[in-house]
Design a protein around this ligand. Structure first.
Ligand code: SF4
Ligand code: SF4
Length: 224
């Protein structure tokens, strides 16, 4: 899932300083799971903003709504008819959701209420770990299911650097060396042959915006 963190309160407060009627829009999917931007967080932020602006002698009128997914246009339909009452929107979705909301309502300022942090996994409620940087050319089949792009400080694809120190990375004794973990995992699986296979230079497809159109979509379009 996409993991995000709410922005510091003072930053959000500064973003809305010029607006008096603001709608906070949460997202019910990834950011709700990681406790950054779901229904509960919409309520908390609105309460904090209401109090802060009252104390400042500059009251604000706030609305709150949480859609199923902000990264899906069809779930934004329910906001039609609501938006006109507000000067600006705060989005608590990930960067994709914020941009979809801004695209859908281009006449309204859409302000980010969260920082999108990484693609990660849920270790426990409130504890999330980065797992993938969406490099677009997944090598997990050769690395025992451990991502060297994310876990190695240098994102090395073909074995450890000279700084590996037994089990640790040279950046910190607390940071395990990704390539040590990959070696151990492949060794347990009797797949150490994989480690000597050379992974070609990566294209780093994640440096420009990408679009995926699945074959099923093309077929559906062609049949229309
Ligand atoms: S190799 Fe690339 S796609 Fe695979 S988990 Fe790592 S960053 Fe993600
Ligand atoms: S010590 Fe290991 S994890 Fe750290 S940069 Fe070198 S190979 Fe990567």
């Amino acid at each position: 899932m996409i993991v995000a963190e709410r922005k510091p309160f003072e930053e959000i407060k500064a973003l809305v300083k010029d607006f008096n009627r603001v709608l906070t829009v949460g997202c019910g999917t990834c950011v709700a799971v990681c406790l950054a931007g779901g229904e509960k967080e919409v309520g908390i932020l609105n309460t904090e903003l209401t109090i802060a602006r009252k104390v400042d002698g500059n009251p604000i009128e706030l609305g709150g709504v949480t859609v199923e997914r902000q990264c899906d246009m069809e779930f934004l339909d329910e906001l039609d008819g609501m938006i006109d009452q507000y000067d600006a929107l705060i989005s608590l979705a990930c960067g994709a959701g914020i941009q979809f909301l801004a695209e859908r309502f281009p006449d309204k300022p859409v302000l980010p209420g969260v920082n999108t942090t990484f693609i990660g996994a849920n270790r426990d409620v409130g504890w999330y770990e980065e797992k993938c940087r969406a490099c677009g050319n997944c090598c997990l089949g050769l690395t025992g299911g451990i991502c060297p792009v994310t876990m190695c400080a240098k994102s090395l694809f073909n074995g450890p650097c000279g700084g590996t120190n037994h089990e640790s990375c040279e950046i910190s004794p607390d940071q395990p060396c990704a390539w040590h973990m990959i070696y151990e995992r492949l060794s347990k699986q009797n797949r150490l042959d994989s480690i000597i296979e050379i992974f070609p230079p990566n294209d780093w497809l994640n440096t420009t915006p990408r679009t995926i159109v699945q074959p099923a979509y093309k077929e559906r379009k062609a049949a229309r």
